[in-house]
Design a protein. Structure first.
Length: 288
């Protein structure tokens, strides 16, 4: 799903200029419903909710019109599809990035992508137009608070990093909220490549701890981590930027007292106990 908006000056938005549609034969198209001819220079904004390939075609049609008319084009894409397919073949991240690059956008805003390769891949042919909004402020403002501030109650006493791949993200969060970081690790059977277990460094005997990661799909990693921690659910929370919550993910409610996600992905299946609206952070990143 796409939400189209038109900005006339900082902070002022008009009714949408465009409406997505599909012809009877199935082709994607956008219909102009508000020309805004007398409003001066415009910034056209498309906020993409989710992952549908149809949305990419609608987006391309929208960009074709806007670029031809000389408008600034801003795409807000909180969940960038294919970001987990960042190696091997087919190289899914590169395929999606290639499609986006054809649109000649003024700015692309992405929230907490899974792979650092995304920024490098986009900026290679899309210089100065990519803005990554990470999760640090979101977690500080809506989940944890700051341990060095006396005027805000501290909800957690430490951050747990679920695996080595998430270490950089988790450390950045721990730094901004001034809490210690505890490292967990996945272990695999070398002969099969299958997960064989989890370990986590020793946790304090008291306090509450927040697991931080970017994506939760089926939830198996987090269930294994919760079991390895030995903590009751009242002492464990989970934050994921993108809550896919497929398959057996409802079992997470048995292991975590609180589950936080954002509105970056279109469906949390009622699993998240807290859904954070990140639109102010994304719209705030639009270049003036």
């Amino acid at each position: 799903m796409i939400k189209f908006q038109t900005r006339i000056g900082p902070g002022f938005y008009t009714t949408p200029t465009f409406e997505g549609m599909f012809f009877p034969a199935g082709e994607a198209h956008v219909k102009v419903i508000n020309e805004n001819e007398d409003k001066g220079p415009l910034t056209e904004i498309a906020r993409v909710y989710g992952y549908s390939a149809d949305d990419l075609m609608l987006l391309a049609m929208w960009a074709d019109y806007c670029v031809a008319r000389g408008s600034e084009t801003v795409v807000i894409m909180p969940y960038f599809p294919g970001a987990r397919q960042d190696r091997g073949l087919p190289f899914g991240l590169g395929v999606y990035a290639s499609i986006i690059e054809t649109m000649d956008l003024s700015q692309l805003i992405v929230f907490d992508p899974h792979s650092e390769a995304l920024h490098g891949r986009l900026t290679e042919n899309f210089p100065d137009a990519v803005t990554i909004v990470d999760s640090r402020r979101v977690i500080r403002d809506h989940v944890v608070g700051r341990a060095d501030r006396d005027d805000k109650a501290q909800a957690y006493d430490g951050i747990i990093c679920p695996d080595q791949g998430a270490q950089k993200r988790s450390q950045a969060v721990a730094d901004v909220v001034h809490l210690p970081l505890f490292q967990a690790r996945k272990h695999r059977d070398e002969s099969t490549g299958q997960l064989s277990g989890f370990t986590i460094e020793e946790l304090p005997s008291e306090g509450r701890f927040l697991v931080v990661d970017d994506i939760c799909d089926g939830g198996g990693t987090f269930m294994g981590l919760a079991a390895a921690s030995g903590l009751p659910k009242e002492r464990l929370g989970l934050y994921v930027s993108h809550g896919v919550f497929s398959g057996k993910a409802p079992q997470l409610l048995d292991a975590f007292g609180e589950i936080f996600t954002t509105n970056s992905y279109p469906s949390s299946r009622g699993i998240a106990t807290h859904e954070i609206n990140i639109d102010p952070y994304l719209y705030g990143a639009i270049k003036k």
